[in-house]
Design a protein. Structure first.
Length: 200
């Protein structure tokens, strides 16, 4: 929860500075964000590659576990498609591209900012931060209403890091491994799906 509030604070500061500034730094900020994103992906790769336990568990996963990330992807994209029914909503492909962030706001917002501009990038950033916050705040309710897998599907890409503690607490320690595998698979799907829907 603390990390999410820190992220929201920095986002708010960025919005305020963007409104107050003369926007001459925007092109440089755009280039820096791509380099920072590349460094982030590199560090995630090192973290996963250096953890022999995770790699060993990945090799021994039961195929049935793949249904959890599949349910997350299908459910999220289905919900994103339904938002096109709202008045003034973006196109179907734009809604699907935003939904394909699955809570991975740092990656999806930068990709959409590059391909569709700042407005859709901001929508992706806010919607993905809200997804993470919703999971952190309502994990106990989700478990009570829909079972222990509900916070995992709701958390999307964040189930490997920021939402893992609340999932472990409310879904139970038996679901930690499921949460990690789910987060890894969803993480890898984000750049593929966001790029796919951005180019359609």
């Amino acid at each position: 929860m603390k990390n999410s509030l820190i992220i929201l604070t920095f986002f708010a500061i960025g919005v305020i500075l963007g409104q107050l500034g003369d926007n001459t730094l925007l092109p440089a900020a755009d280039r820096v964000s791509i380099w920072v994103l590349g460094l982030l992906m590199f560090l995630v790769g090192i973290t996963l590659g250096g953890d022999s336990d995770t790699l060993r568990q990945l090799r021994s996963i039961h195929p049935r576990l793949l249904l959890v990330p599949a349910a997350t992807i299908v459910g999220t994209l289905g919900g994103a498609a339904l938002t096109t029914l709202l008045p003034g909503s973006p196109s179907l492909t734009e809604c699907l591209a935003v939904g394909s962030g699955f809570g991975y706001y740092s990656l999806s917002s930068v990709l959409l900012n590059q391909s569709h501009g700042a407005t859709l990038g901001t929508v992706a950033l806010v919607s993905n931060i809200l997804r993470e916050l919703f999971t952190l705040l309502f994990a106990p309710l989700l478990v009570r209403l829909a079972g222990p897998l509900a916070p995992i599907c709701c958390g999307g890409a964040t189930t490997i890091d920021t939402t893992l503690p609340v999932i472990a607490r409310f879904s139970g320690k038996d679901f930690i491994f499921v949460s990690i595998i789910h987060g890894i698979i969803i993480d890898f799907s984000v750049p593929v799906l966001v790029t796919l829907f951005s180019t359609l």
